[in-house]
Design a protein around this ligand. Structure first.
Ligand code: TXA
Ligand code: MG
Length: 330
């Protein structure tokens, strides 16, 4: 197993990748974050590009490295439920109940921010998005650092999110000081975002925690996002590979389309993991990236049912297939 300081050579770029399993990695990561650097952190959803929330320079570095507009707010990651009151105020009983049942896990809740969370993180908003990830290394890192970590997904703005340390390296190269490798992300799509700053609570992004489960826990229906999403950074076009993504309803439709594609849209490939939605989700970003690596021009993706985990997969596939409009989201 490689040492934390060891450099990993990949496609003519040098990335500093260190295994989460090496106890020294935690110390190195704390040191870098304390000094105002950026560390790519593993989570169960996707890898994040992390900075200590109290380090203004490091937070602004996140936007510079991603190429992300300043008004696209960042999620604040905490290590235990009691830290929620450090970063948010006016936390409703329902928000606490949901967090208590789903954390650690792929749920992000939007609340009124405390004065510990700066404008730079929230893009000038009075709300903060908070999440307690299901990754032991990352939670230990937050605890040892003594500060929550602000982290968007560790990809360049508008591109496909990373679900392995190698994806982060491919995207960010040496623009990130350390990439902590904890293997492939088990869920593979981002967290579900629920806005508790409005009543009734509203779904802003479908993700790893199922809306049906959230409603079961709360005991009532939450408002679905209504097209004009209130979470910036959720424009139509997002998670875009270079190849064109075409969406179909069935495998038969995919085969028909494959046979009739114009030569300039070839080579093409069918993506269909509808029979196993957890696998569809966990491999989705890898599949999109692989299509580009293999120089596929058209990826024909079969849409799953638009419920349960299928809702998150459908959302990401639809964004990957949407034409570029203005600024892409990230
Ligand atoms: O699973 C995840 O949530 C991953 C991992 C790394 O935690 N993070 C992630 O971050 O997906 P990001 O930045 O790629 O997506 C967060 C979304 C963005 O669309 C952002 O605009 C929205 O959350 N968001 C964050 N804070 C917000 C706020 N205060 N108000 C509205 N939307 C917010
Ligand atoms: Mg993202």
């Amino acid at each position: 197993m490689s040492q934390p300081s060891e450099q990993t050579q990949h496609s003519a770029t040098i990335c500093n990748i260190a295994p989460a399993s090496d106890p020294a990695t935690l110390q190195v990561a704390v040191k870098i974050l304390t000094a105002g650097g950026l560390v790519a952190i593993p989570t169960e959803t996707v890898y994040g590009l992390g900075a200590a929330i109290n380090n203004k320079n490091a937070v602004s570095q996140i936007f510079a490295v991603k190429g992300r507009p300043q008004d696209h707010p960042l999620i604040v990651h905490i290590a235990e439920l009691k830290q929620l009151q450090d970063v948010a105020v006016n936390i409703s009983d329902d928000a606490l109940k949901l967090a208590g049942s789903c954390w650690p896990g792929p749920l992000t809740i939007l609340l009124q921010r405390s004065n510990q969370v700066s404008n730079d993180i929230t893009g000038g908003r009075e709300t903060v998005a908070v999440r307690l990830p299901d990754n032991v290394f990352t939670r230990q890192l937050i605890t040892l650092l003594g500060s929550p970590i602000a982290a968007p997904s560790a990809n360049r703005f508008g591109k496909v999110s990373p679900t392995t340390a190698q994806h982060v390296c491919d995207d960010l190269q040496s623009d990130v000081d350390l990439i902590v490798d904890d293997g492939a992300c088990s869920i593979g799509v981002e967290s579900t975002i629920v806005d508790f700053s409005v009543s009734p609570p509203q779904l802003l992004r479908p993700g790893g925690i199922l809306v049906e489960d959230i409603e079961q826990i709360l005991g009532y229906q939450i408002k679905r996002s209504d097209g004009i999403s209130r979470a910036s950074g959720m424009l139509q076009s997002h998670y875009r590979p270079t190849c064109q993504v075409r969406l179909v309803e069935t495998e038969a439709e995919a085969s028909r389309l494959l046979k009739t594609l114009e030569p300039q849209l070839m080579p093409a490939r069918i993506l269909n993991r509808c029979e196993n939605l957890p696998l569809y989700a966990s491999l989705l970003y890898n599949d999109l990236r692989q299509a580009d690596t293999d120089q596929i021009r058209t990826l024909i993706a079969v849409l799953p049912v638009n419920t349960g985990l299928g809702a998150a997969i459908t959302d990401r596939l639809s964004k990957a297939a949407a034409p570029l409009q203005g600024l892409p989201a990230s």
